[in-house]
Design a protein around this ligand. Structure first.
Ligand code: HEM
Length: 150
């Protein structure tokens, strides 16, 4: 494999995918927690959800989003993204979706903190639907990364 990573490229890619799996596990779980947390507002159960969400953030979500971005950008640099390498349309599209997904992550963390203050105003059905966003993003991102249609 050409590029500054040489033979280490596949190792970096393997760890990129490992931390993608951790990040996605957290992003599938947090919106479920938010639904239960919102339902529990005003009951003693709410504090337990607050604790679970804080733990999920600290142990899974925050470290894995950082590592996925770091390793992903190293892979992208190796492919020549920052030198305007040709044939990387798939990577630009992937970056756009990952950027939006990172915004979703920020929103979900923000809503979790809002619920911790006892405030929560999203209709339960909407909150459940919003929880499907990461699944949709994963489908698009993996197709772009593996099939590289453009
Ligand atoms: C955070 C920003 C990210 C950047 C900058 C990034 C960048 C990259 C790059 C440059 C590659 C190497 C592609 C190749 O060797 O052909 C790669 C591989 C891959 N990425 Fe990402 N990625 C990011 C996030 C994600 C996310 C969120 C997912 C899934 C939800 C993902 C899934 C994959 C997969 C499955 C591969 C392996 C593709 C293959 O070798 O066939 N990446 N990524």
């Amino acid at each position: 494999m050409a590029g500054f990573l040489g033979g280490a490229y596949l190792w970096v890619k393997a760890f990129h995918i490992i931390f993608v799996i951790f990040w996605m596990a957290g992003l599938f779980l947090l919106p479920r927690y938010l639904v239960h947390h919102q339902e529990a507002l005003g009951t003693p159960e709410a504090a337990a959800w607050e604790k679970r969400e804080a733990l999920l953030r600290r142990m899974i979500l925050t470290p894995s989003i950082g590592i996925v971005w770091l390793l992903g950008l190293v892979l992208a640099a190796n492919l020549g993204l920052f030198e305007g390498g040709a044939g990387l349309g798939w990577l630009h599209a992937k970056l756009l979706i990952v950027f939006l997904l990172s915004g979703y992550h920020g929103w979900a963390v923000g809503y979790s903190k809002k619920l911790a203050k006892g405030q929560g105003a999203i209709a339960p059905r909407t909150l459940r639907l919003v929880g499907e966003v990461p699944a949709l993003a994963v489908i698009l991102i993996v197709i772009l990364a593996v099939v590289k249609p453009f």
